[in-house]
Write a protein that binds this ligand. Structure first.
Ligand code: NCD
Ligand code: ZN
Length: 350
């Protein structure tokens, strides 16, 4: 059957392999949106005070579980924030903890709360070797920070300058190139073999860089890595629907207060958790590939991380609804993707 004729689908409950939950009131605001859709999520460690130790990850995990509304089932999968001071002992403790599933590399200065990230990859060689030995995945924000490199070329430059040699030097290390945005990234991942994977966001599948300037500057479409040309969106779409286990769902849902987005220097991040799986369903339906959604959303991620799939199911129905203009979070508001506009799939309770 053509995807355009399908009115309802059931898939194994999906997981989100790249998510920003924040902390405090913001955490309490956004967590129910994710928990209503995903069984688990890889939780990014870029809090204002980054999650650099197992003890901090354990404490953050407890705060997430405490913020989970009664009756909702959701498992946070924690990550450590890699710094040049991270020790091999901390990596061993992370692996032994059972709650830390990966280590996140931010090039210092690349994105929100990345100031404590890595300036020189050579300084973390011993840590990467330990991760390779223990089979603890490295998650990468793959952009160079060199101001001389055009902002639209920073992912491709990262691959050329760092990733190719990293892949060669640590052949056993499991690596995820997070939120890929370019054809170069897709090509790299495909050529690199099964120990390399990539997450793809809903917004990079739905939008190209024109969305940043549609009738005026659109701060709510600004994220990092920044949206790219249509030809790159097409490459991401082809990868997502290819059925390759190297590509899986990671929303990179990244809430910021409206005041921080609508500013003379607006910060990067798009909030999509309120409609995440519905937006991916829209993308896959439009590409006549709804039969590939379960692999991308529910199977490839667990297989890469060595975890079982969820066993319960999620049903989605083709039904139009309107996203609220904003969401309240304490004194602040969050403007979600498609605010005031329509989404074409709805998640059903089963
Ligand atoms: C993320 C955030 O706000 O924490 N922002 C974003 O644009 N994706 C950080 C990140 O993942 O780069
Ligand atoms: Zn992110």
């Amino acid at each position: 059957m053509k995807s355009t004729e399908i009115e309802e689908i059931r898939i194994l409950r999906p997981d989100d392999w790249h998510l920003h939950l924040r902390d405090g009131i913001m955490l309490r605001t956004v967590l129910p949106d994710t928990a209503a859709r995903f069984g688990r999520a890889i939780v990014m460690p870029n809090l204002k005070a980054p999650v650099t130790t197992v003890a901090a990850a354990q404490a953050y995990r407890q705060r997430i579980l405490a913020a989970l509304p009664e009756g909702m089932a959701f498992t946070p999968l924690m990550t450590l924030y890699l710094t040049e001071a991270t020790t091999v002992e901390e990596i061993r403790a992370a692996k032994a903890s059972g709650i830390v599933h990966a280590v996140k590399y931010y090039p210092a200065g690349a994105t929100t709360n990345s100031e404590n990230g890595v300036r020189d990859l050579r300084r973390v060689n011993a840590v990467l070797a330990a991760m390779e030995e223990l089979d603890l995945p490295l998650l990468m924000h793959g952009e160079v920070t060199d101001p001389a490199v055009d902002v639209f070329d920073r992912e491709a430059a990262f691959i050329d300058r760092h990733l190719l040699s990293l892949r060669r030097d640590f052949p056993g290390l499991r690596m995820v190139l997070e939120h890929v945005t370019t054809r170069a990234a897709v090509d790299f991942v495909q050529a690199a073999g099964p120990r390399t994977a990539a997450t793809i966001t809903a917004h990079h599948l739905l939008l190209n860089r024109n969305a940043l300037f549609q009738g005026g500057i659109r701060p709510h479409h600004y994220c990092l890595p920044v949206l790219k040309r249509e030809q790159h969106r097409q490459a991401l779409l082809a990868a997502a629907i290819s059925g390759s286990p190297q590509f899986f769902l990671g929303t990179d849902s990244a809430p910021h207060p409206r005041s921080a987005k609508e500013s003379a220097c607006g910060c990067a991040g798009i909030y999509t958790a309120h409609a995440a799986i519905e937006l991916y369903a829209e993308v896959f339906a439009q590409a006549n590939a709804l039969d590939r959604l379960e692999g991308f959303a529910s199977r490839h991620g667990p297989a890469f991380y060595g975890l079982p799939c969820n066993h319960d199911q999620t049903a989605l129905r083709r039904e139009t609804w309107t996203v609220p203009e904003s969401m309240h979070s304490g004194e602040e508001t969050i403007v979600p993707l498609r605010a005031g506009e329509q989404v074409f799939w709805r998640i059903l309770r089963i």
